[in-house]
Ligand binder design. Structure first.
Ligand code: FAD
Length: 437
């Protein structure tokens, strides 16, 4: 398949970030990857590895040489005893989940979707929710990386703890990851209960609710006083998936089609947005389900939107959310999409948004054909007050200068970068902006 389409153009999932790579390389094996990288870098080409293109930022974009590692996929090695699973970097999470299920294993936590590649997901710090659980990259025990000179480095926690802390979330700027070793868990069942509540009550009890559930999450619409609360907890009971019709109604019609219809209406009639959003807040009233963990974590997202997400210290989450809502309402800003609030445990990756602090993630979305910049700028300035760290794959306006003071191990990451990619062959425009030269 031609990844660039007929006009030689690459587009991200949202369709609002586009680039024209000078050429695309799609090696069929690790050896071919090493050969192609070495030749391109020796010719002075800049390289950018692309996963599934699900970032909202320019993280994977390039006008130079684009690398696609779709062929490096599948489980390469699995030890059921320890849960350690080595997997090709280009494996899509959905396929990995299926393979793991066959092995009686599962990923500890997942985000909202499973369309990302393993390397793409970890490289931007992709996360799910759960006060006691870290980002996906927190479960990475090893990274195999092809460097610009074509050499292959096998970074492990035992032998290269510092380099691994950098490589677990490297924003594509260290080398081409060819394989990842993940620590998985025995397969488990989750029970999901969705319920609607008064937003003020949920925010007042935020810390308590986050602590009481394995995986706690809330959605609210900026003009609604209601919150949809998702509580997912492990259970020893067997999976009891909903009938297909019910799942279709909730997941596809309610979560996606209704959103599309309302978002489109909101675009045509910006003045109706507050009323539409109140309506959507009432519609999202919930349900329950019990199934294999990966089927409970993941939802379909059919409506295209753009997104910003910030990580703030856990305790600051509710106040920051209140301030975002206050800004939208006082400016009567036309936004129909929900605010999503999740939590994660701190971890030790150098560039993790949850680095060494228990975190609240606050995500704001905008329908892709509507104006997002003033809203996102206002949200960012609120998040700056809480030492907020942006998701590397979601829109923000920060630069290396504003980001460096927010990451205690910034210099350690730069030392790893100097060691792994001294010529900056893997530094695309985005990496240059957020990491510097
Ligand atoms: C609908 C939707 C839902 C989402 N839900 C969530 C969510 O719940 N939680 C969350 O945290 N994020 C979420 N995201 C963001 C998404 O998880 C990240 O942007 C993720 O990085 C995308 O993975 P990808 O495979 O598409 O990688 P890309 O976007 O293609 O690339 C991301 C980065 O990874 C690098 N990269 C990719 N492959 C390699 C490799 N082999 N070696 C080195 N570097 C590499 C790229 O250079 C780039 O810097 C969502 C995005 C969308 C569109």
């Amino acid at each position: 398949m031609d990844p660039l389409g007929q006009r030689g153009e690459w587009a991200n999932w949202a369709g609002d970030q586009r680039c024209r790579p000078a050429r695309v390389l799609a090696p069929r094996s690790r050896a071919e990857l090493a050969e192609q990288v070495a030749a391109a870098a020796a010719a002075g080409e800049r390289l950018s590895v692309t996963g599934s293109g699900h970032s909202f930022t320019e993280a994977a974009m390039t006008d130079a040489t684009m690398l696609r590692l779709d062929a490096l996929r599948g489980v390469l090695d699995a030890d059921r005893e320890s849960g350690l699973v080595r997997v090709g970097a280009g494996t899509v999470l959905a396929a990995l989940n299926q393979e793991l299920e066959g092995l009686g294993l599962a990923l500890e936590n997942l985000g909202d979707i499973d369309a990302q590649t393993v390397a793409g997901a970890i490289s931007t710090g992709t996360h799910g929710t759960g006060a006691r659980f870290g980002n996906i990259s927190a479960r990475v025990e090893g990274v195999e990386m092809v460097l610009a000179d074509g050499s292959v480095r096998d970074l492990s926690a035992a032998d290269d703890p510092d380099l691994l802390r950098a490589a677990r979330i490297g924003i594509g700027a260290l080398g081409a990851i060819s394989a990842v070793t993940l620590r998985c868990l025995p397969a488990f069942t989750l029970r999901r209960v969705d319920s609607a509540h008064k937003l003020a009550d949920v925010l007042d009890r935020f810390g308590e609710l986050a602590a009481a559930n394995d995986h706690f999450e809330l959605f609210t619409f900026p003009y609604s006083d209601r919150a949809l609360v998702l509580e997912r907890n492990r259970t020893e009971e067997p999976p009891r998936p909903k009938g297909r019709a019910v799942a279709f109604l909730n997941d596809v019609v309610l979560e996606n089609w209704a959103l599309e219809a309302l978002a489109a209406a909101g675009k045509a009639m910006p003045r109706a947005i507050p009323a539409l959003a109140r309506f959507a807040g009432l519609v999202a009233t919930g349900g329950r389900n019990q199934d294999a963990s990966h089927r409970i974590f993941v939802n379909r997202r059919d409506v295209r939107f753009t997104e910003m997400e910030y990580a703030v210290p856990r305790a600051d989450g509710p106040t920051a959310v209140r301030r975002v809502i206050e800004w939208v309402r006082s400016n009567r800003y036309p936004v129909f999409f929900p605010i999503e609030v999740r939590v994660a445990a701190g971890d030790d990756a150098d560039l993790s948004a949850a680095h060494e602090r228990d975190t609240t993630y606050i995500a704001v979305h905008q329908y892709r054909r509507m104006k997002w910049r003033p809203y996102f700028e206002a949200v960012e300035s609120i998040m700056n007050d809480y030492d907020g760290r942006p998701h590397w794959g979601k829109r923000h306006f920060q630069t290396a200068a504003t980001l460096a003071p927010r990451y205690p191990r910034w210099d350690a990451f730069q030392r790893a970068r100097d060691e792994l990619d001294p010529s900056r062959a893997f530094t695309n425009e985005y990496a240059e902006c957020v990491l510097g030269r």
